[in-house]
Design a protein around this ligand. Sequence first.
Ligand code: CA
Length: 229
Amino acid sequence: MSKILIVEDEEAIADLEKDYLELSGFEVEVANDGETGLARALEGDYNLLILDLMLPGVDGFEICRKVRDEKNTPIIMVSAKKDDIDKIRGLGLGADDYMTKPFSPSELVARVKAHLARYDRLIGSAREENKIIEIRGLKIDTTARRVWVNGEEKNFTTKEFDLLAFLAAHPNHVYTKDELFSEIWDMESIGDIATVTVHIKKIREKIEYDTSNPQYIETIWGVGYRFKM
Ligand code: CA
């Protein structure tokens, strides 16, 4: 469930916003002054902040700026003054949206939902972009198909990369050469399980410090190989 923090000193407004958001299925907390709001926004794990501009103590400008220094949580700033909204928009404080009070609670709910969805997409696509496996100095970017050993990039052939990425994606799982061959090479291709041995040897030469004592791909005698976690 998405958790929302409302920082608002006018309790009637805060209560109204809270009621509507809770009815829409959100978990909501309210802070009635700037200091409490800032502390909670920085420490808590919220999915979105609704931030009033004029607050006793620390104002909305400052809260927005400080939160942005540390977090990407979506922020909707609200103010009773249209002029203030224009001003903060111009300052580029990093708020995601601005609303002038009074606004209808359903409009607030709609915007909250839109920002949460947008943020999820953003996080989701960032994850998509970087499918990276990192184990003890070995870094494999499975999307860009690049490999680094202690920060130094190494070049791999297509099959070498496929084999390494497959093993690293299934750490501690022991695979037979037959299994690896059918996984990485299509069955029509020329070759046999000796191909697997040859490729493992080449991969080790690129990633292992000492190929006679491999730290990543371990030989399980009589069975096959496993990637050590
Ligand atoms: Ca206020």
